[in-house]
Each structure stands twice: as C-alpha cells, then as structure tokens.
Design a protein around this ligand. Structure first.
Ligand SMILES: Cc1cc2nc3c(=O)[nH]c(=O)nc-3n(C[C@H](O)[C@H](O)[C@H](O)COP(=O)(O)OP(=O)(O)OC[C@H]3O[C@@H](n4cnc5c(N)ncnc54)[C@H](O)[C@@H]3O)c2cc1C
Ligand code: FES
Length: 327
C-alpha cells in the first residue's frame, strides 16, 4: 500500500476524483464522498465564556453537509497541530445566489487547536474535510426533543430548522418525508455564562429550557431532571423547580436526540428506553483521522449475534441508543 503522505492532496478536491481515491479504494468501508478543501474564516463571534462560533466560507462543503454531520478542521498552513479536530455542523449560510456557501461551527476552548481557533480572524485559511459521518435520521414527527449537555448543543440548531421546515440541507436540498410540529431543546450547562446559542434556537422556533449545575439560570440541577419531568416521572421535592414543572406540561416526546457528556447520554438513553421512546445519540468520541482509516474512534455496538466495534466517524457519530452495547 502506498503511504498516505505520498498521496496527501495539495489543493481542494473531492477524494472521489483525486489521488486519494486510489488510496481509499484499498481500504474497504472508508468514506469516499468527503471533500478536502481550503476555506476561509469570514466571521468569529463570542457566544459565551470560552465559546465561539466560526463561520467558514467553503461552498464545496456548505452545500452538501447535513444536520448531525461533522467536519475535520486544522490550520491550512504548517503541521501544528498535525491532526484535524472534529466539529459538528451548527448551521449553513447562503451566498447572494441563495445557495449555501458558508458553514458555522460552535466550539468551546479545551486545548491546543480550539485555543488557536478562538483567535482566528476573518481571512484565516482553514483546511476542512467533510461532510463526515452519518447525521441524524430525518423521520421528523410530532414532538422532537433535543437534549444537550454543554457544547453538545451544536448539532441541534440545524436539526431544529430542518425538522420545523425552515431550511433544507444537502445537494440537492433534501426534503424530509415529514416535519415535527414542535421542537424542544433541553439544555444543561455548568453555569449560565456557558449558555451559547439560546437565542438562535428560539429564533428557529424551538422552545428552550435550561438547567445549570450552580442554579445561575433555569433549573438548578441536571438536564436529565428536565427530561424525567417531561416524561411524567415524580421528582423529589428538592429536585423540583419552576422549570421542571413547566416541562411537565409539555406533550410526551415522540423521539429524543441527545449530545453531550457520556454519563448524561447514558442517563438519557435509559430514560428513553424505560418510556419506549426512540432515541439517537451523537457521540463525541475523540478522533484522529475522521474518515475511517485509523480505528481510534471505535465504540462497541450490539449486533444480532452479540456485539462488534464500529467506527464512530463513518458509522456514527449518530447511533440509535439501543445499539450502544455498554449503555
Ligand atoms: C463528531 C464530533 C463532533 C464534535 N463537535 C464539537 C463541536 O461542535 N464543538 C466543540 O467544541 N467540540 C466538538 N467536538 C469535540 C472537539 O473535537 C474537541 O473539543 C477538540 O478536538 C479539541 O481539540 P483541541 O486541540 O482544542 O484539544 P486537545 O489539545 O486535542 O485536547 C485537550 C483536552 O481535551 C480532551 N479531548 C479532546 N477531544 C475530546 C473529545 N472528543 N472528548 C473528550 N475529551 C476530548 C483531550 O483528551 C485533552 O485532555 C466534537 C467531537 C466529535 C467526535
Ligand atoms: S477517526 Fe480514524 S477511523 Fe474514525
């Protein structure tokens, strides 16, 4: 097999039509429709403490990316850091001709690249791989509930807009078979200063209910308290709040989507299972390549005859909750 460095692309292009295609074809099951491109930052907005939104001009990816898919980003110049980092689609924005030319990601500063990204200025060139991953299923219906923990809210703006029929994504723009009548976002963070994008969700027509660990906004406690209340479960008096009582009056969810820290997603999966509600989880498993080659992102999933490992980057990041073997 040729080494990857011999085949690394030197400009924008689809892996289906440049030298990488040959390399990919030697490894069955790899993503073949992702594009490698150099985009440019056009906007950086501070959304919350250590949390930013970047808008990147990159028509090749903006036109095709779907809610729940992600991109790998790294600086376009130099080799530090060497590996790209995965970021979920937050939303896309159109150019003057009405087609998607830019995409947004939202991120929190945790380490090397995200600290650097928090200083990227308009014009900064960015290497982008994408669209990657499977995205959320589009059988939208009834009451869609998105449960987000921390920066796990980022995949849900595009989901809400698509589910409510406000925006079509992909090329050609896809038309989901059905729409949701109502989208509710249950959004938990450690403290109010970390809340990011709440107004964007409300503008998209979603109702947002907040929990904070320290009680600085909304329900004091876990976001799973809100879901438990919505599902009609009794809560001990000390866990009840105005927010838990408000969500208790909402209709039962028809499906639940979730993204956030693993213990939170496990609790959401258990609640959904107990109440017989279909649930999908978007995993944030650390990834090295993002396109199926390195196996750094495997997760155990249930199979008919037991279990097997699956790569989160190509067969996820979205999995039906009941497929995750150890959850
Ligand atoms: C499919 C997918 C979508 C994602 N979407 C978003 C998003 O929309 N917004 C966002 O802010 N982040 C998102 N992440 C997480 C994001 O990729 C990491 O925060 C990022 O890689 C950190 O890069 P860094 O160079 O700043 O940190 P590094 O310097 O690489 O690491 C700093 C610290 O963070 C830890 N770390 C790195 N990645 C992860 C991870 N995935 N889970 C837990 N700990 C980690 C490292 O172990 C280390 O301790 C997503 C991850 C995945 C897999
Ligand atoms: S990140 Fe390399 S195989 Fe998934």
């Amino acid at each position: 097999m040729r080494s990857m460095s011999e085949n690394l692309p030197t400009g924008s292009g689809s892996v289906a039509d440049d030298s990488l295609a040959a390399w990919f074809s030697e490894l069955p099951g790899l993503v073949c429709d992702a594009t490698w491109a150099v985009g440019h930052v056009v906007e950086r907005e501070r959304m919350a403490r250590e949390t930013y939104r970047l808008r990147i001009e990159c028509p090749a990816i903006a036109a095709r990316i779907l809610p729940g898919q992600f991109v790998m980003l790294r600086p376009a110049e130099g080799t530090d850091p060497l590996l790209g980092r995965p970021f979920a689609l937050f939303d896309v924005a159109d150019g003057p001709d009405g087609t998607a030319r830019q995409f947004d990601i939202g991120f929190v500063v945790v380490g090397k690249l995200t600290r650097r990204m928090s200083r990227w200025e308009p014009g900064c060139p960015v290497a982008v791989w994408g669209p990657l991953g499977n995205g959320f299923p589009t059988e939208y219906q009834g009451h869609l509930v998105c449960v987000a923990g921390g920066i796990g809210q980022t995949p849900f703006l595009a989901v809400a807009r698509e589910a409510l029929g406000l925006r079509r994504y992909g090329s050609p723009p896809r038309q989901p078979a059905s729409q949701s009548r109502r989208v509710t976002v249950l959004y938990g963070v450690r403290s109010a200063e970390l809340l990011a994008g709440v107004e964007a969700f409300r503008t998209a027509g979603a109702a947002v209910f907040v929990s904070t660990d320290d009680g600085t906004q909304g329900h004091r406690g876990l976001v799973t308290d809100l879901l438990a209340a919505m599902l009609g479960q009794p809560l001990p008096a000390e866990q009840a709040s105005a927010t838990t009582e408000a969500v208790r009056n909402l209709p039962r969810p028809d499906r639940i989507l979730c993204c956030g820290p693993e213990p939170m997603m496990q609790a959401v999966a258990r609640l959904a299972n107990e109440h017989g509600i279909p649930c999908w989880l978007s995993l944030e498993t650390p990834m090295a390549c993002g396109f199926g080659a390195c196996f750094s992102c495997v997760v155990r999933v249930r199979e008919q005859d037991g279990w097997d490992y699956r790569r989160t980057c190509v067969e996820g990041p979205v999995f039906a909750a009941e497929r995750l073997a150890e959850w």
